[in-house]
Design a binder for this molecule. Structure first.
Ligand code: AMP
Length: 501
C-alpha cells in the first residue's frame, strides 16, 4: 500500500510520486499534507532538504485537480512567494514534476530576466504563480497580474525573506490577496519577527515542525581548520587536491570574495565557477547546470545564491568564510548529505571568526573537531584558558567516520562543562540524548526541533592523547588510497587504544 495514499492524495499525484520513486512521505510531508487537505492554514518550521516543497505542492495540486476551474486572465489561483530565483525555479519544477498527470499551468516570475515573457505567460491567467517579491510587485505595477483570485498563498523561507529585506514587499503583496484564502507559511527558524509576521497573516494555523538540523547535521562529518586569513586560498587548493571530492560547494561571505576565490584557484590550476547575485540569470543557470552534470566540480557561492540549490552528490561543503549568522552554517552544510547521503563539511576559521564558530557550536550543540593547518588537532582551552595542541590524536581514516561515532572522543562544548569536572561518557550513553533536567542550552535557540536535540548528556572528555608520531599532520589531506595504507599502518595503535577505553 502506498503510504502517500493514506495522506489522502489523488491518483494522478500518487502516480507521479511513484515515477519519482518516492516511497514514503518525509516527516514534514506526513504532518503538513493532511492539514492542508483539510483547508487549514499551516506554519511549517522546516528548511530546504526536508521535502517541504512537496509538503505544500502535493496538497495544492490535489486541490487544483479536484476543482479544475479555469483561471481568469491575469490572475493566479495559487501564489508561492520565495526569496531567490533559484529556489523559485526549483519550486516550479516541483509543481511540474508532481503535477505531471494533472498538467496545471505554472508560471515563474523572477527578477534578472526580461519581464515581457512573464507578462505574456500571465495574460491568460495561471493556476500557480511562483514569484520573488520584487518581480511580482513589478508585474502588479504593470497590471500584468492581480492577486484578487488567489485561493492559496504560500510564503516560503520567511526567515530568509526577512534577512533579504523583503518584509515591506511581502506586506504590500499580502494586502492585495483576499482575506478568505488558505495560507501556508514556511520558515527554517522562528525568531520573534517571523512569529509576528506569521500571526499577522495566518488564521488559526496548525504548527508543524521537523528536525532538519538533527538529521542533517548528525550525518555530516564536520571539521574546522584554524587558519590565518591569508593562508586560506592555499589551504583550499591543497584541500581540493587531497580530498576525495565529487562535488564541492565553497561558501564565501561576499560576492567579491567568491570571485577572489575562483581567481586564486585558477592560479593554482584548479578550475571553479562562482555563483552570486551579480551574475545574470543565464550565467547562474549555466553554472548550476554544469555543476549538476559534474562538468564543474567546484562551485563557489554566497549564502543567498546557494540558498535552495538542490544538487545531488555534493560530497563536500567548504566554508571558506564562516557565516556570522549561525543558522546559515546549518543551511550551508545541509547542501551536502542530501537524500540520506553522508557528507563532509570543512570550515576555515581565522582569528576573527572564532566568535562565529562559538555561536555555531552553541546552535548545533556539537563541538566541531578542529585542527590547525597542518592537521594537528587543537584542544579547547582548559579552565585556565591555555589552548593545548593535542599532537597526533586524530586516528587515520577517522575523517571518513560519521560524526556520531567520532563524537565520543571529542571534547564537549565549553559551555556545557559549566566548570564541573569533565565526565567520561559510559558506553550506552547517546550523544544528543534529551537533557531531562537542564535549562535550554541557549536562550536564543530554544526550539528543540531546530536540531532535534533538547540538550546533551554528559560527554566524554578524554585527556589529550599523543600518538607520538605526528601522523595527524598528514592524514586529513591524504587521498583515500593513501589514507587506507596509512590506516593499516596505524591500525595496531588504534586497536590497542580502543582496548584501553
Ligand atoms: P526540498 O526540501 O523540498 O528542497 O526537497 C529536498 C529533496 O528531497 C528534493 O530533491 C526532493 O525531490 C526530495 N524529496 C522530497 N520528498 C521526498 C520523498 N517523500 N521521498 C524522497 N525524496 C523526496
Amino acid at each position: 500500500m502506498n503510504p502517500f495514499l493514506d495522506l489522502g492524495l489523488s491518483e494522478p499525484i500518487l502516480k507521479a510520486l511513484t515515477d519519482e520513486k518516492y516511497v514514503s512521505p518525509t516527516p514534514i510531508q506526513a504532518q503538513t499534507i493532511p492539514q492542508v487537505l483539510l483547508g487549514r492554514d499551516v506554519v511549517g518550521i522546516a528548511q530546504t532538504g526536508t521535502g517541504k516543497t512537496a509538503a505544500f505542492a502535493l496538497p495544492i495540486l490535489h486541490h487544483l485537480g479536484g476543482d479544475r476551474r479555469r483561471p481568469l486572465p491575469r490572475t493566479c489561483r495559487v501564489l508561492v512567494l520565495s526569496p531567490t530565483r533559484e529556489l523559485s525555479a526549483q519550486i516550479v519544477d516541483s509543481f511540474k514534476t508532481y503535477g505531471r498527470y494533472l498538467r496545471p499551468s505554472v508560471a515563474l516570475a523572477i527578477g534578472g530576466v526580461n519581464i515581457n515573457p512573464q507578462m505574456r505567460a500571465l495574460a491568460h491567467g495561471v493556476d500557480v504563480l511562483v514569484a520573488t517579491p520584487g518581480r511580482l510587485l513589478d508585474l502588479m505595477d504593470h497590471r500584468a497580474v492581480t492577486l484578487d483570485r488567489v485561493e492559496v498563498f504560500v510564503l516560503d523561507e520567511a526567515d530568509r525573506m526577512l534577512d533579504m529585506g523583503f518584509i515591506n514587499d511581502i506586506r504590500k503583496i499580502v494586502r492585495k490577496i483576499p482575506a478568505k484564502r488558505q495560507t501556508l507559511f514556511f520558515s527554517a527558524t522562528m525568531p520573534r519577527e517571523i512569529t509576528d509576521l506569521a500571526s499577522s497573516m495566518l488564521t488559526d494555523p496548525v504548527r508543524v515542525a521537523v528536525t532538519p538540523a538533527a538529521t542533517t547535521v548528525e550525518r555530516i562529518d564536520q571539521r574546522v581548520i584554524l587558519v590565518d586569513r591569508a593562508a586560506k586560498p592555499a589551504l583550499l587548493a591543497q584541500l581540493l587536491r587531497s580530498e576525495p571530492i565529487d562535488r564541492v560547494l565553497v561558501f564565501t561571505r561576499t560576492k567579491h570574495g567568491a570571485d577572489k576565490v575562483v581567481r586564486a584557484l585558477a592560479k593554482s590550476q584548479l578550475s571553479a565557477e562562482a555563483i552570486h547575485g551579480n551574475k545574470s540569470q543565464n550565467q547562474r543557470e549555466r553554472v548550476l547546470a554544469a555543476f549538476r552534470s559534474g562538468k564543474v566540480r567546484t562551485l563557489v557561492a554566497t549564502d543567498i545564491a546557494a540558498r535552495g540549490i538542490d544538487v545531488e552528490g555534493i560530497s563536500h561543503v567548504v566554508n571558506f568564510d564562516l557565516p556570522n549568522i549561525p543558522e546559515s552554517y546549518v543551511h550551508r552544510i545541509g547542501r551536502t548529505a542530501r537524500a540520506g547521503a553522508d557528507g563532509i563539511a570543512i570550515s576555515f576559521c581565522d582569528a576573527e571568526e572564532r566568535v562565529f564558530l562559538r555561536d555555531i557550536e552553541k546552535l548545533i550543540r556539537i563541538k566541531i573537531p578542529s585542527t590547525d593547518q597542518r592537521g594537528v588537532r587543537i584542544e579547547e582551552p582548559r579552565a585556565n584558558g591555555a589552548a593545548i595542541e593535542a599532537n597526533a590524536e586524530r586516528p587515520a581514516g577517522q575523517a571518513d567516520r560519521p560524526q556520531r561515532e567520532r563524537q565520543q572522543s571529542q571534547p564537549r562544548h565549553p559551555d556545557h562543562d559549566g566548570g564541573r569536572p569533565q565526565h567520561k561518557r559510559t558506553r550506552g550513553q547517546r550523544r544528543g540524548a534529551p537533557q531531562r533536567n537542564g535549562a535550554p542550552h541557549n536562550g536564543r535557540h530554544q526550539e528543540p526541533s531546530r536540531n532535534g536535540r533538547q540538550g546533551q548528556g554528559p560527554q566524554q572528555q578524554g585527556p589529550a592523547r599523543d600518538g607520538g608520531d605526528g601522523s595527524i599532520a598528514t592524514v586529513a589531506f591524504l587521498r583515500p588510497a593513501q589514507r587506507d595504507k596509512h590506516q593499516q599502518h596505524h591500525a595496531g595503535d588504534h586497536r590497542a587504544r580502543r582496548g584501553t577505553r
